[in-house]
Design a protein around this ligand. Structure first.
Ligand code: HAX
Length: 436
């Protein structure tokens, strides 16, 4: 080990141990209005941000402008003969707080079609990356490459009045959402389909056209995409991708810069990348056990071996939720309605029976239940989208709806630069020495 690394190892291990001891004794001590546990603990449960599109309840799950996922599935406009909501309707709802009519959703679909043209240099920027570059990295680069078209950046340079920030943010938001499926589909076809691109079908809705550009014409897949793109759109403001958008945007970075940063946060395995990790983990289990129909006992043993090797069970647990995620349950219901006999889906359901008691028995996991990422892979595999590395890109396209709706509000309400206070452990030592 090099001398600097050696020194860092010693210092970090010592400080890590000291912090553990400090928190054991003083974790509930208040620093201003928060406890030391919260200072060290990733800011859990600190209410400190305004986020208009959605609100998360730890027991009940997400509500978008007051509507639960089952309510959205009932009330939002659908595609002709469709059973699932159109994500356009959810964007409308998140932005203005009203369930849109069919005509309003039609207007939005058509407006996004008109804004969907992606400048050629964006594709060239993506083409410059090695083909094995992770699709999320390619997506982030694609968004960054479009930044030269930012209305916000251009108007700001020309001396925009602060009362007009929201208008420029709205324009960028609409262009970005319109273009994202084209960029995302380009990456899919580039990496997995020998670069043979599928042209957009402008008669289709936003989600249906995305499925079409990916190369999938199955009506069931298109419906699943509409559901997927709706339920992944937002999860209030504190999750890493949403918070990143908010933080970066609060410096008046334009929406392209903020969204690209959000995608980099979403690409972490504790966040959006978990959907790829779940299906990888399941496939490894199937390969290891040598059966596509494992018993609950076999799954339990595999779960325990994963935990024993110091890894998490992907798709389980949540920083806020304390019950099964309604986004998991909506996908489970979709699978029950459409593909109840699929082997992978059945494994996902068995894992749902097996994992919670095992995680609970560890005594430290606050939420042993499945989250949104536990189910999507099995459904995508069924419909033939088998490239796991791509799954988080689907999540990203959806997440853009919520975080950009929130950006419009942040600029309309002139929400300020975000700047929380940090302290050092030396500061904590002195604070504790001073006592009350
Ligand atoms: N498997 C094993 N251990 C888990 C676990 C899981 N699924 N979930 C939590 N734990 C562990 C934590 O690693 C932590 O252990 P240490 O004290 O040894 O560090 C302990 O239980 C307490 O964690 P927690 O308070 O219950 O959970 P956090 O708020 O710290 O973390 C996570 C929430 C989602 C990151 C966590 O549950 C996890 O790692 N889950 C697996 C990855 C995953 O599915 N991520 C997607 C989450 C949803 C999402 O954002 N989707 O995009």
């Amino acid at each position: 080990m090099d001398p600097l690394k050696q020194l860092f190892t010693e210092k970090s291990q010592a400080l890590g141990k000291e912090i553990k001891d400090i928190l054991k004794e003083h974790g509930d001590k208040q620093v201003d209005t928060v406890s030391l546990d919260q200072v060290y603990g990733g800011m859990r449960d600190i209410t400190c941000m305004i986020w208009e599109p959605s609100l998360l309840d730890s027991e009940e799950g997400i509500r978008f402008r007051g509507y639960s996922i089952p309510e959205l599935r009932e009330k939002l406009p659908r595609a002709p003969k469709g059973t699932e909501p159109l994500p356009e309707g959810l964007f409308w709802l998140m932005l203005v707080g009203e369930i849109p009519t069919k005509d309003q959703v039609k207007w939005l679909t058509e407006n996004w079609v008109r804004r969907a043209n992606v400048p050629e240099h964006v594709f060239r920027a993506i083409d410059a990356l090695p083909i094995e570059t992770h699709p999320m990295t390619q997506l982030s680069v694609g968004v960054m490459a479009m930044q030269n078209t930012s209305v916000f950046a251009q108007r700001y340079t020309s001396g925009m009045n602060k009362t007009e920030y929201w208008d420029a943010t709205y324009e960028d938001t609409m262009y970005l959402i319109a273009r994202l499926p084209r960029v995302a589909a380009y990456i899919y076809r580039r990496v997995y389909c020998k670069g043979e691109q599928t042209l957009p079908d402008i008669s289709l809705d936003w989600g249906g056209n995305f499925a079409h550009m990916l190369g999938f014409e199955d009506a069931g897949f298109k419906e699943y995409m509409r559901l997927f793109l709706t339920i992944h759109a937002d999860h209030e403001g504190g999750n890493a991708s949403a918070h990143t958008t908010h933080l970066v945007g609060s410096t008046l970075s334009d929406p392209y810069l903020a969204l690209s940063a959000a995608f980099n946060a979403l690409a972490g395995p504790l966040h959006g990348l978990a959907n790829q990790e779940v299906i990888r983990w399941i496939q490894k289990m199937v390969d290891t056990l040598g059966t596509s129909k494992p018993t609950r006992e076999q799954i339990a043993d595999y779960v325990k071996s994963t935990l024993a090797s110091g890894r998490v069970i992907p798709g389980y647990g949540h920083a806020v939720l304390r019950k099964p995620d309604p986004r998991f349950m909506a996908q489970r219901q979709f699978a029950e309605d459409h593909i109840p006999d699929n082997d992978l889906v059945k494994i996902v359901w068995k894992i749902f029976d097996v994992v919670p008691p095992i995680l609970t028995s560890l005594g430290k996991v606050k939420n042993p239940w499945p989250n949104v990422d536990a189910h999507s892979g099995a459904l995508l595999m069924h419909y033939g989208l088998k490239e796991h590395n791509y799954y988080t890109v689907l999540f990203a396209v959806s997440r853009a709806l919520g975080v950009l709706a929130a950006q419009c509000w942040a600029r309309a309400l002139s929400l300020p630069l975000e700047r929380p206070k940090s302290v050092t452990t030396q500061w904590v030592r002195e604070f504790l020495e001073k006592g009350d």
